[in-house]
Design a protein around this ligand. Structure first.
Ligand SMILES: [Zn+2]
Length: 155
């Protein structure tokens, strides 16, 4: 944790930095969640429209992959928090890298702890190669990181 000098949002100086502002109302946050939903929809081939409650508390409705989606939402909030703390505007590619790193770490733990089946069940819906190959830029899908290490579910 880092102490900040002002209780105001670093991106909207007239707004007090509350959890609701940080994760929902800030233009920075709403822009992020719009991109998150587009990215998720493409990556999972499932249309996603998050409510404020779902962003704040995770997925409580019946959703086949609520565990993975809630995990991604938590990572999104962590990402927004760190960006606000460092007063940096987000780059969605950095979020995709964060997700890739966390899933790779989870995969490593799953292999180490003999939990491969649970890992596969959690992430099987997510076209992980699309995370690596087709992160969203504006309205275009541009293949980048083509030569970076893809996440592979074959463990
Ligand atoms: Zn703000």
């Amino acid at each position: 944790m880092k102490k900040v000098a002002s209780p105001s949002c670093p991106f909207c100086p007239s707004e007090r930095q509350t959890l609701r502002h940080l994760f929902i109302n800030c233009t920075h946050a709403s822009s992020f969640w719009n991109r998150f939903q587009r990215w998720y929809s493409i990556s999972s081939n499932t249309k996603l429209l998050l409510s404020e409650l779902e962003v704040m508390f995770g997925i409580i409705r019946c959703h086949p992959y609520c565990l993975a989606l809630t995990h991604l939402i938590i990572l999104g909030k962590y990402f927004l928090y760190v960006n606000a703390l460092n007063t940096t505007r987000y780059c969605f590619d950095d979020f995709v890298s964060l997700v890739r790193d966390k899933i790779n770490l989870e995969k490593y733990v799953a292999v180490t702890c003999n939990k491969k089946k649970e890992f596969k069940n959690k992430w099987k819906f997510f076209c992980l190669y699309k995370i690596v190959l087709y992160p969203f830029f504006s309205s275009f899908c541009i293949p980048i990181c083509f030569f970076s290490l893809p996440i592979c579910l074959t463990i």
